[in-house]
Design a binder for this molecule. Sequence first.
Ligand code: PBG
Length: 309
Amino acid sequence: MRETHLGVENLIYPLFVVDGQNHKSEVKSLPGQFRLSLDHLLKEVEECMNLGVKCFDLFPAVDDALKDQMATYSYSDKNFYLRYIQEVKKRFPEAIIMTDVAMDPYSSDGHDGVVKDGKIVNDETLEVLAKMTVAQAQAGADIIGPSDMMDGRVEYIREALDDEGFTDVSIMSYTAKYASAFYGPFRDALDSAPKFGDKKTYQMDPANKREARVEAELDYIEGADYLMIKPALCYLDIIHMIKEEYPVPIAAYNVSGEYAMLKAAAQNGWIEYDRAMPEMLLSIRRAGADVILTYFAKEFAQMAKSGAL
Ligand code: PBG
């Protein structure tokens, strides 16, 4: 009589990558999550694939010296991230690689868009995002994940992809991405916190629900293949609403702060982790997410395999 099913096939595993060799450093605020060099990344992907996790969302931790105002390293042919995508696809052609499109990992300002006179400017940013997108598709990305929240970027990068012949690279649009406090540990992982101000001029106000409809409508019309809601747990009502109204797959991002909270409580012995973790993921599925991006993906897969669920 169970109404909702949760399986490894519903999960996407976000992984942090760094340039170098034999490097694996734990992110302090994300126990159990690491910044990986290529050798470790390939090992990790292999282990996950054996557990049934097949889709990975890669995020680059970029050296400060390579960051600039226009995020030029993001599409440079020297970019290690692009090389890693190529290598993973070469070793594991059946792995599905999702990439991140936004300026913040490469921006000396720590913002997702171009900064001019202290403001984030929308239209100038689109061009940079398109260059980044095409470079990632050339490297072999299957799904492009624009996490920047600029207006009009889904159409802009869809056209850029099509013009270059990447008609079957899909777009998972960060549709309703809120200006949330729950991204803190992620910014630690990439050292990508904004150098000034906040992201409220492009990310959504946590108080707004109807506005998510506007964002969804735009992304849908512009050609998004999936609509994503982010974060997940404080926004289950948004997931539910968008699922009811749009006939495309719905994704939810169970973000770093949500992971960190549960891990911290578990480490203190304050919560029964093995039950709480699948319950969290199940609630996101029940709200309407077809797919969940989550740092719990590998552990969930291990639990599922061992029959603990
Ligand atoms: C930035 C980006 C963020 C996350 C994914 N892409 C953080 C932000 O908007 O500042 C957050 C993911 C997480 O917290 O797990 N483009």
